[in-house]
Design a protein around this ligand. Structure first.
Ligand code: C5P
Length: 397
C-alpha cells in the first residue's frame, strides 16, 4: 500500500546545516508520488539553494510572504489549504520557538498557523540548544498543541559535539510521515504495554538485570500510537526517547512494574507484555552495600509475579498479547506459553535474532496457527503486529 500517492505535502525548511538532507527527503517524497511544495526560510536559503528543491520537486519554491507568485497574494493560506501535512525538516531551535509562540513573521511560520492539516516537526540543533530549558519548554508546548515531533536522534553533530539533537535521516522522516497517513486501526483504543528489562536490587548499588534494550517495546508503543491508540508504556531502565503521543512510566523492578500495570489495567483495551521481566529477585536486598570478603557468596532468590499471567486471568482482562523470546524450539515454547497463560496472541522470536539489535524476525502464534512476519526493522515488525492485533479485534467483534 502506498500511503504517499497524490498526498500534498508542504515541506518547510529552516536554517540549519541539516537542510542539505532535506533535498534527499524531497526526492523520496516525490518518488513516492507525493506533490511537494517546498517553503524555505531566509536562513535556509543560505545553506541550500531553492533551485535544488525546484529541480527535485518540479515545482516552484517559496521563500517569502511578499514575492510568492500566487494569484491572490495569499501564499500563506493557499499553500496549506488542501495540504495533507506540513512537515518542517530541519526545524531549528529558533523556528520551534517562533512556532510555540504563534509568530507569523515569515511565510513558513504563517502557513503553520493558517492550516487545519497535521504539522510534523523534525528538530535539528546543537545538543546544548536542544537541552536548554527554553527549548525543553517549547517542545512540551508544541506537543501539547498536537504537533508531532519526529526525533531528534543522538550522535555526532556538525559543531563537533556528540549528543542529542541530530535530525533524523531522510528515510526515517519519510517513514514517519507515511505512517501518519496509515488507517487509524486502533482509534479510541487504550493500549498498555511493558518494555525493557527490570532491575532487581541486590544492595543500594547493585542488581540483577538482563540485556533487553526496550527497542521492540518502544517500537510497538510508537506503532500503536500511529494508528490512533492512546498508549501508556511502563518501561524498565532503558535510555530510549519516548515516541510521540506515548505516556511513559519509568520503573525499576518487576514489583514496581506490576504495580504500575495494575494501576492502569482497568482502563485498558489491549495489554502487550513486551518487557523481559526478571523471573526472580533477591529475597532480601541488603540495606547497605555488600562488602567484599568471603570467597563465596550465596544469593537467595524468590520468584517474581508473572504480570502478564495475572492480567490475563482477571475477569475484566483486556486483549492480552505476550512475547516469547526463546533460544530454540520457538514454535513449541511460544505456543505452550500462549496456552499456559491463556493468551489470544503470542509474538515469538529467537533471542539470537532480535535481542538488543534494531532488526528482528518474529512469528505470531494465535488459535489459528503460526503466522511468520517478514524479517525487518523493529518498527516495521511492530506495525505488522499491530495490524494483526487490529484484525483479531475486528474478527472478535
Ligand atoms: O518470561 P516468559 O518467557 O514467561 O515471558 C513471556 C511473557 O510474559 C512476556 O510477554 C513477558 O513480558 C511476560 N512476563 C510478565 N511477567 C513476568 C514474566 C514474563 O509479564 N514475571
Amino acid at each position: 500500500m502506498n500511503e504517499m500517492q497524490d498526498k500534498r505535502i508542504v515541506l518547510g525548511i529552516t536554517g540549519g546545516v541539516a537542510a542539505y538532507k532535506a533535498a534527499e527527503l524531497a526526492r523520496l517524497l516525490g518518488k513516492a508520488g507525493a506533490r511537494v511544495d517546498v517553503v524555505m526560510t531566509a536562513a535556509a536559503t543560505r545553506f541550500v539553494a531553492p533551485l535544488t528543491f525546484q529541480a527535485l520537486t518540479g515545482r516552484p519554491v517559496f521563500t517569502s510572504l511578499w514575492d510568492a507568485p500566487q494569484e491572490n497574494g495569499m501564499a500563506h493560506i493557499d499553500l496549506s489549504r488542501g495540504a495533507d501535512a506540513v512537515l518542517i525538516a530541519p526545524a531549528t531551535a529558533d523556528f520551534i520557538a517562533r512556532l510555540t509562540h504563534g509568530l507569523a513573521d515569515d511565510l513558513l511560520a504563517s502557513l503553520c498557523l493558517a492550516r487545519d492539516c497535521p504539522l510534523l516537526v523534525v528538530p535539528a540543533m546543537n545538543r546544548q540548544m536542544w537541552e536548554h530549558p527554553a527549548t525543553v519548554r517549547n517542545m512540551a508546548q508544541l506537543r501539547a498543541d498536537g504537533v508531532s515531533v519526529l526525533g531528534p536522534a543522538s550522535g555526532a553533530q556538525a559543531c563537533g559535539e556528540v549528543g542529542e539533537g541530530r535530525m533524523l535521516e531522510p528515510a526515517e522522516i519519510f517513514d514517519a510521515l507515511r505512517a501518519s497517513f496509515q488507517p487509524k486501526l486502533l482509534a479510541g483504543k487504550r493500549v498498555l504495554l511493558t518494555a525493557g528489562p527490570t532491575f532487581e536490587a541486590l544492595d543500594p548499588v547493585r542488581g540483577l538485570t538482563n540485556s533487553s534494550s526496550g527497542k521492540m517495546g518502544f517500537a510497538l508503543a510508537q506503532a500503536c500510537a500511529e494508528v490512533g491508540a492512546g498508549v501508556t508504556a511502563i518501561a524498565g531502565p532503558v535510555a530510549l526517547p519516548t515516541p510521540a503521543g506515548v505516556t511513559r512510566v519509568d520503573v525499576q523492578s518487576a514489583l514496581d512494574m506490576r504495580e504500575a500495570v495494575f494501576a492502569t489495567v482497568p482502563q485498558t483495551d489491549i495489554f502487550i507484555a513486551v518487557a523481559a521481566v526478571a523471573d526472580y529477585r533477591p529475597a532480601a536486598p541488603a540495606a547497605h552495600k555488600i562488602k567484599k570478603g568471603a570467597q563465596t557468596l550465596t544469593l537467595e532468590l524468590v520468584a517474581n509475579p508473572d504480570i502478564l499471567a495475572e492480567v490475563a486471568a482477571r475477569p475484566d482482562a483486556p486483549f492480552c498479547v505476550g512475547f516469547a523470546a526463546e533460544s530454540r524450539n520457538l514454535a513449541e515454547y511460544a505456543e505452550g506459553k500462549r496456552r499456559a497463560k491463556q493468551l489470544p496472541l503470542v509474538v515469538g522470536n529467537l533471542v539470537q535474532d532480535g535481542l538488543g539489535g534494531d532488526a528482528n524476525v518474529v512469528t505470531l502464534f494465535d488459535a489459528a496457527g503460526a503466522h511468520p512476519v517478514p524479517p525487518g526493522d523493529k518498527l516495521t515488525i511492530a506495525r505488522a503486529i499491530v495490524r494483526h492485533i487490529a484484525e483479531m479485534l475486528d474478527a472478535k467483534n
